[in-house]
Unconditional design. Structure first.
Length: 310
């Protein structure tokens, strides 16, 4: 009887020890934590069903089996046991994460819409991002990376993701796949930038060709700030004024820039006699008789009428 009780107690202690085995640890200053935890100073051991929400920077979970999980800033992540041994289930609610560890056959990865399982073994270097609309970016890096089988949580679609394949599942559907996705799926700022051969002030800078390759949609065009400026139209002249034109001997006419309208200079009144002069050259016409000559002719007429001498 005593021997059976002792065996039962030893079995219970062994089971308790297995249940308390840690999956990994994370700094308490990097994330908000909940679930089965053991806190020791500034680090928390993740025992079971642990929830990790990163603060305003990346929170790194060091896995006890080797490797780590980088939970990107403000992302919500869960770590659970999967199957037997040290197999794990990695679940991403929102945001982005990077998993770097040797895969296990019973490992699984979950998003709100998709489930990833291992078809082959290999080092897992997986970058993943989930947007609010459900768009899921996945980058399965490495020549020896495992082949992942992806199934829909609420459908029957299946997709096989090969090593070094970088895709985007629109709206979390394996039927809407953008192959050769170019955006980074992991934490912002983790992708190295290509560097040009030349240097400026001792520091290397990307060439225009490399910048264009990294960013196929330049900011100037996306913000409607094109480098080519439209021609500025010339304002029409004010009033009825017409632009000045120069006519050459061959009959071609070249318009000249129009200047602001200037007030016409004040003109002095012209004598009616001068204004009536014809434009043709030649001697001027005789001047009409003045008023004195007219009265003199009338006086001579009356002298003749009454018998006076002219």
């Amino acid at each position: 009887m005593k021997r059976s009780l002792l065996i039962t107690a030893m079995f219970g202690l062994t089971l308790h020890a297995q249940q308390q085995k840690s999956m990994g640890s994370v700094a308490t200053t990097d994330a908000q934590l909940s679930g089965g935890l053991e806190v020791d100073g500034q680090r928390a051991r993740l025992i079971t069903n642990a929830s990790v929400t990163a603060k305003d920077h990346t929170a790194q979970i060091d896995l006890d089996r080797g490797g780590d999980v980088q939970v990107c800033a403000t992302s919500a992540f869960h770590l659970l046991r999967s199957g037997s041994g040290d197999a794990l289930l990695f679940a991403l609610d929102r945001g982005a994460m990077v998993i770097q560890t040797a895969s296990r056959p019973q490992d699984a990865i979950l998003t709100p819409d998709l489930r990833f399982t291992m078809l082959t073994a290999g080092p897992l270097n997986l970058r993943m991002r989930v947007t609010r609309e459900g768009d899921t970016c996945v980058d399965n890096r490495g020549d020896g990376a495992p082949v992942l089988q992806i199934t829909e949580g609420f459908g029957t679609g299946i997709y096989h993701l090969s090593p070094n394949q970088h895709v985007l599942f629109e709206h979390g559907s394996v039927r809407e796949v953008v192959d050769h996705e170019r955006s980074d799926c992991g934490c912002p700022g983790t992708t190295p930038v290509m560097v040009a051969a030349g240097t400026t002030n001792g520091t290397s800078t990307p060439s225009p060709q490399q910048v264009a390759a990294l960013n196929p949609f330049p900011a100037a065009q996306s913000a409607d700030l094109s480098t080519a400026k439209p021609a500025v139209p010339i304002a029409p002249p004010a009033g009825n004024a017409q632009p000045l034109a120069l006519t050459y001997g061959d009959g071609t006419t070249t318009p000249q820039p129009t200047t602001a309208a200037q007030p016409a200079p004040e003109q002095k009144p012209v004598s009616p006699i001068v204004a009536a002069l014809p434009a043709s050259s030649g001697p001027p016409p005789p001047t009409p008789p003045g008023a004195h000559d007219i009265f003199h002719a009338i006086g001579r007429f009356f002298k003749r009428l009454f018998g006076g001498k002219p």
